[in-house]
Unconditional design. Structure first.
Length: 120
């Protein structure tokens, strides 16, 4: 049976996927695996509980704690926010470069912007 997902749920999944990409390595391994199953693999609480031989409530509590920890990390470190700002600034640089008269210089600037983007 396939789950239906609302737009707000999709937004939440995307948000927590970003947070997980940046801070997932800071979670305990068991918590990380449960969170991956829920957010990235789209398994239900019941499926995770069955696969991990724990209660559905235990899965729910673990996911809730993971979400809180990931949010706390972002509140303190702001890495996702800085990443988004950097991405936007690089896009602005590429747009400005493409409007310039000197095509070679514009290519060089765009190439540098892409290299920076690839590093982040």
């Amino acid at each position: 049976m396939e789950k239906r997902v609302s737009l707000s749920q999709i937004d939440e999944i995307v948000e927590y996927s970003y947070l997980y990409d940046f801070y997932g390595g800071l979670l305990k391994e068991n918590h990380r695996l449960i969170f991956e199953d829920y957010i990235l693999n789209n398994l239900s609480l019941g499926e995770i509980a069955r696969d991990r031989d724990i209660t559905r409530q235990g899965v729910h509590d673990t996911i809730k704690r993971c979400k809180k920890k990931l949010r706390d990390y972002e509140d303190k470190l702001q890495l996702v926010k800085k990443f988004e700002i950097t991405k936007d600034k690089l896009q602005e640089i590429e747009e400005i470069a493409s409007q310039g008269q000197d095509k070679e210089r514009a290519k060089s600037i765009s190439k540098l912007a892409q290299e920076i983007y690839d590093m982040i």
